[in-house]
Ligand binder design. Structure first.
Ligand code: NAG
Length: 288
């Protein structure tokens, strides 16, 4: 698909979404708490955004006050500009239960100036992760805020960038493949030094002469079954909109965008990494 067709499709999609979705914007103070290095986070832009800083003394992080079972989480993020090699900015949901951990990860891997940022996604179900996929972004994510979304329903997990699906992980429990569905997860974010692996496999180190490194977050939106809260989180779409028909599988427009990403921007998929998995993991061949 050409770039202009992509923009047209995106517009149509955004219009239809704005009719369907009523967002519940929240502020940082209402929904989140600092979990790592209070002095490296601060409110900016008149209190509407938060700045995370990484320097040689520390990275930092925050997490939601509550956990959630299913739902949709999105936020706008403006990533570390310029030479961000070796830094990782993460936005993820995590059950905080080590051995049987469920986790849904967005990790933004920095790069040398002018080299593309990579978004790595990963999914842990019942303690098992190692399901990395990577896409290169089709824009410079440090110039402006972009929206990053995790939609988690009984049917699938979808990661999206500006409403463009970049990953879909189906619930294939019927085929014996574990799916996150019984442990609530918190919403977390961190900015940290990962130069032992993040950029070109760890070859590119952080250039501390460029520190401090700053990332910015705003427009937090969490909609899900809050825990502690009502005992269950039903798949009934009249109760929980994210279980609705339009979220059960990709719409034709989303499917086109997803194909466009897979063809033009996918740079790594554990499913096709023969050196790691001579036999692809079962979810890779279970069909979508
Ligand atoms: C950084 O840029 C290099 C060179 O273009 C590219 O091979 C790599 O995938 C980029 N991203 C990371 C995270 O290394």
């Amino acid at each position: 698909m050409g770039f202009f067709a992509y923009i047209l499709v995106l517009h149509a999609l955004l219009l239809s979404l704005s009719l369907l979705v009523s967002a519940r914007p929240a502020t940082f103070q209402e929904d989140f708490k600092v979990t790592w290095a209070q002095d490296h986070l601060k409110l900016v832009e008149g209190g509407t955004a938060i700045q995370l800083t990484l320097d040689q003394s520390s990275g930092c992080g925050f997490a939601s006050k509550y956990k959630y079972l299913f739902g949709r989480v999105s936020m706008k993020i403006k990533l570390v500009p310029g030479d961000s090699a070796g830094t990782v900015t993460a936005f993820y949901m995590n059950s905080d239960t080590d051995a049987i951990r469920d986790e849904l990860d967005f990790e933004f891997l920095g790069n040398r100036s002018g080299q593309p940022y990579t978004v790595q996604t990963n999914i842990y179900a019942n303690g098992k992760g190692d399901r990395e996929q990577r896409v290169n972004l089709w824009f410079d994510p440090s110039l402006d805020y972009h929206t990053y979304t995790i939609l988690w329903s009984h049917r699938h997990v979808m990661f999206a960038v500006d409403e463009v699906p970049i990953r879909v992980h189906k619930n294939n429990e019927a085929r014996g493949i574990p799916y996150p569905k019984s442990q609530p997860m918190g919403v977390c974010s961190t900015l940290w030094d990962a130069d032992n692996w993040a950029t070109r496999g760890g070859l590119e180190k952080i250039d501390w002469s460029k520190a401090p490194f700053n990332a910015y977050y705003k427009d937090f939106d969490i909609e899900g079954c809050q825990v502690p809260g009502p005992a269950s989180c039903t798949a009934d779409p009249t109760k929980n909109w994210w279980e609705g028909a339009q979220y059960q599988e990709l719409t034709p427009v989303q499917a086109r965008l997803y194909r466009w990403v897979r063809i033009n921007h996918l740079v790594y998929d554990y499913c096709t990494d023969k050196s790691r998995y001579p036999i692809p993991p079962p979810e890779c061949t279970a069909g979508i």
